[in-house]
Design a protein around this ligand. Structure first.
Ligand code: ADP
Ligand code: MG
Ligand code: MG
Length: 347
């Protein structure tokens, strides 16, 4: 379902979409948008920049202003959005990218749809609790976004396969309607099966250490193998699943307060050495709460999660498998919910 804002941006009257960009927004329109946006309120901050809620022609937009040292991140995120087919309900929708300024001053911005509920991390920390239905829906939608990124689409316009390389609850946003979209493609790498190239060739240690897969921590990951990069995304995704399960209310038990994975062992910005000791040497994983095993739905999510955080990367589920598993759970949960409501009505 398209929101009116996207409609007006993607089809401004009288303009032809001849740029061939995956976003469908010609560069000239992007520049105009970037010039016309006014920044209203800071809403987030990451390692690469600050994110503002802005306004463009009376509609809210998000404006990510990159730190001047982070041109590479801006260039990578912009080029992925501009060159690849990236329109998907569960991937943050791109509107424009621009670099402007003269002399010693430049400003690099990326303009996207604005989501007032913020990141999944903020949502989980601030929302009262999630129902089982909400939990499955959030996770299923995030898995759809990740599976879309990981999948190569041949054709014109098509998209290369992308590994995200920084999956975490702060890089997933919650849309109104209780579904997620994957954001922050600043470290993403592309892979095309046509030439077998990974672009750019990524360094091993990059991303957020708390979410590093065991093979990144012990340096055994082969960065020349694209599948290895998506397997590391799946490990990080499993940690996000755990964070989300914490806030799920199940019958006869209260949800647990939100916390980051490994927070009891790892302080803010833990070192690689500490994470390696926890995740590889002690084989620690976040604790599975016993009450998650009391419902067949949450038990199935737990089983999927533990398969995704296995030490052996090749044994982990792929994003397509996770998407299918969560789709089945979502469908079956909705059916049982309807039956339950009907049965209640019949009483
Ligand atoms: P960085 O690359 O610096 O980590 P992100 O793109 O991850 O930047 O954005 C940082 C934070 O800003 C996110 O964790 C989120 O809280 C907020 N944010 C980013 N994009 C949006 C958006 N489109 N709508 C609402 N909040 C956003
Ligand atoms: Mg980020
Ligand atoms: Mg980033």
């Amino acid at each position: 379902q398209q929101e009116p804002m996207t409609q007006s941006l993607y089809s401004p009257p009288g303009l032809e979409f001849s740029s061939g960009s995956g976003s469908g927004v010609p560069k000239i329109v992007q520049r105009t948008i970037a010039k016309e946006v006014c920044h209203l309120q800071a809403v987030g901050r990451g390692r690469f920049g600050e994110v503002w809620r802005g306004e463009w022609r009376h509609e809210d937009v998000a404006v990510k202003v990159f730190y001047s040292t982070e041109e590479a991140s801006w260039a990578r995120e912009s080029s992925i959005y501009e060159q690849c087919l990236m329109r998907h309900e569960n991937v943050l929708a791109f509107l424009a990218s621009d670099i402007c300024g003269t002399g010693g001053w430049t400003q690099m911005v990326l303009i996207t749809e604005y989501h007032p509920l913020g990141s999944l991390h903020d949502f989980l920390s601030q929302q009262p609790v999630l129902t089982l239905g909400n939990t499955i829906r959030l996770l299923f939608s995030a898995a759809k976004g990740l599976a879309f990124l990981h999948t190569e689409i041949c054709g014109s316009p098509g998209k290369p396969a992308l590994a995200h390389r920084d999956i975490k609850s702060r890089n997933i946003l919650v849309k109104t309607g209780g579904v997620c979209c994957i954001a922050d493609l600043g470290l993403a790498v592309r892979y095309s099966s046509i030439n077998g190239m990974i672009d750019p060739s990524p360094p091993l240690v990059q991303g957020t250490k708390r979410y590093f897969a065991p093979e990144i921590l012990d340096s055994s990951l082969d960065t020349r193998c694209f599948e290895s990069l998506t397997q590391a995304d799946m490990y990080a995704f499993a940690l996000v699943v755990w964070e989300t399960l914490l806030r799920c209310r199940l019958p006869d038990s209260d949800p647990v307060p939100y916390r980051l994975p490994f927070s009891e062992h790892a302080p803010n910005d833990p070192s690689v050495e500490l994470m390696q000791s926890l995740v590889c040497e002690q084989a620690l994983r976040p604790t599975v709460c016993q009450h998650w095993l009391t419902s067949s739905y949450s038990s199935a999510v737990v089983e999927m999660m533990t398969e995704c955080w296995q030490h052996r990367a090749s044994a982990r589920l792929t994003s397509l498998r996770v998407k299918k598993c969560l789709r089945d759970l979502d469908e079956s949960f909705r059916r049982s919910d309807v039956q339950g409501a009907e049965a209640d009505g019949n009483c």
